[in-house]
Design a protein around this ligand. Structure first.
Ligand code: SAM
Length: 277
């Protein structure tokens, strides 16, 4: 059950604290939505890594559906309060920045899923941090504009690394629209819940390593108006492999579909640098 706005205000004031907008603290007050979201991301017997649990509205819905929940919260006050709000031996609250957390140390080598109502100010860094780690599923509550990145097609303004990696390694699915009144304090924009489901092992076999693809796409799209080749100055490998792929030398990376960029990355990683003697 998510806390009501009144209860959220009381919890903070009872402890002499204030909601911290700088940490993107917009708490979800729509319990039914969180329950439906948790049901879609959890897999039987798998642990969940939750990003930014806050007062535990989503955590509470994840716990009955997960093997255990590891929740990373940057606000030390909230991280200290959460075990009192949700006493459960299967909940491990870690105080810290999710961008610096040692995920393998927290989750071990076994499969896990990721869920979070993300702090809007670091949505893209969080998503770009987790995509290369390839958790089984990821559920993100994000602002609508950020949600569009997962589904963007070549040529769209928000097409970028998040679109490419999400579509190559995962099937992204829009689950719910979340009107701004579902949060307290109310933000200025609406949000959405997005679910990413990892593709089958056979589909992942012939792909580049995700961190290599992230590096490649970041470079390829660094200057969007430049050609792909010009975004790799002093590196002849990209120019050398385009003709065999039937791709014109003046192509811009933002016009290439995710699978083509993945294929180019694979060839690029395996290419021998042309000799310039
Ligand atoms: N999960 C809660 C909910 O749905 O009501 C809170 C979501 S609120 C949008 C984002 C949460 O992320 C806040 O609790 C905030 O303190 C926390 N947070 C902000 N930056 C963080 C970071 N770098 N690492 C971990 N947590 C962070």
């Amino acid at each position: 059950m998510a806390l009501s706005p009144e209860r959220i205000r009381t919890v903070f004031s009872e402890h002499g604290r204030r909601i911290n907008p700088a940490l993107g603290q917009n708490f979800c007050v729509e319990g039914a939505l969180l329950s439906a979201a948790a049901a879609r991301v959890c897999l039987p017997d798998l642990p969940v890594l939750e990003i930014g649990p806050g007062l535990g509205a989503l955590t509470e819905e994840l716990l009955p559906r997960a093997e255990r929940v590891v929740a990373v919260e940057k606000d030390a006050f909230l991280a200290g309060l959460l075990p009192q709000l949700l006493p459960d031996t299967r909940l491990q609250v870690v105080t810290g920045d999710i961008l610096r957390a040692d995920v393998p140390a927290l989750m071990g080598d076994s499969p896990y899923v990721v869920a979070g109502n993300l702090p809007y100010y670091i949505t893209t860094p969080i998503v770009e941090r987790f995509l290369p780690l390839l958790p089984e599923r990821m559920l993100f509550m994000v602002q609508k504009e950020a949600a569009a990145r997962f589904f963007a097609a070549p040529g769209e303004r928000v097409y970028g690394a998040v679109s490419v990696l999400s579509q190559v390694y995962y099937r992204p699915e829009p689950l719910f629209s979340v009107p701004r009144h579902c949060y307290y304090p109310q933000p200025e924009v609406d949000s959405a819940v997005v679910l990413l489901t990892k593709r089958a092992p056979a589909d992942l076999a012939a792909l580049p390593a995700p961190d290599a693809l992230l590096r490649f796409v970041r470079t390829a799209l660094a200057m969007r108006r430049k050609t792909l080749v010009n975004n790799f100055p002093r590196d002849g490998r990209v120019a050398a492999l385009l003709p065999a792929q039937g791709i014109p030398e003046n192509v811009r990376a933002e016009t290439l579909p995710p699978q083509t960029l993945a294929q180019l990355c694979l060839l690029y990683e395996n290419a021998v640098l042309p000799c310039e003697i």
